[in-house]
Every structure is written in C-alpha cells, then in structure tokens.
Design a protein. Structure first.
Length: 122
C-alpha cells in the first residue's frame, strides 16, 4: 500500500466569502464537505493509515491572504476522513500542517497531500 496519496476536492471558499453565504445552512455545508472528503478517499483507493500528516494545497485563481487559507470546511473535511482514512482526528492519528497555496486559474481545487506516519502514544 502506498505511504503517500493526494485527495482532490473542490476549492473551499475563503473565510471572507463564507460570511457572505448566510443562505447556505451550516449543517448542509458541513455535510457537503464530509461527503466530498469521503468521495475523494474512495477515488484514491480506500487507503487506511494508523496516523497521517496532511498538508493542504489550495490551487486558487488569485493568491489569498494567509488568514483566508484556514476555512471552516477543513474541519468537516477532516471529520469526513475520520473512521476511513484514519481512526480518529486526535493528535495521535493526525498532524495537520500549515496550508500552502498555488495559482491555477484553469483548475481551482484543494489537494490534501497525505503521508503515513507512526502513531504517537496517547
């Protein structure tokens, strides 16, 4: 089984844009991202790890302010992988690195670069 994989998801809106989406109920937004994460995991071959390190890569039209790289979607995405890719999202099983961003005007997206690691105690 591969020790690294990349999950490709739709590009989440920035925090600023998310504030403008008051019409999109929070529960539906959470469900949307959990389902997209699960679908990306399925497309990647159902890999399972005891612990992983994830680095989000945002491919955007225009570079975002650093504080707009964190999104509420990320919590739901990680929750959508819990019990599938990893047993839990505790520090024993997950290390979430700082997001990186790249310009790609032809195909905006979020890629989660995932590396297997040894599970920490606790």
């Amino acid at each position: 089984m591969a020790k690294e994989l990349i999950l490709v998801l739709p590009l989440p809106v920035s925090l600023n844009q998310e504030r403008e989406q008051h019409w999109f109920p929070q529960a539906e937004r959470r469900s949307y991202w959990m389902e997209n994460a699960w679908a990306a995991w399925c497309q990647a071959g159902y890999a399972r790890f005891e612990a992983v390190e994830i680095t989000p890569h945002f491919y955007v039209w225009n570079l975002r302010d650093e504080d707009n790289l964190s999104t509420r979607a990320m919590k739901a995405i990680i929750d959508g992988l819990k019990g599938h890719l990893i047993p839990d999202d505790s520090p024993k099983h997950l290390r979430l690195n700082r997001a990186e961003q790249h310009m790609d005007r032809k195909r905006p997206r979020l890629e989660l670069h995932i590396k297997a690691m040894e599970a920490e105690g606790g």
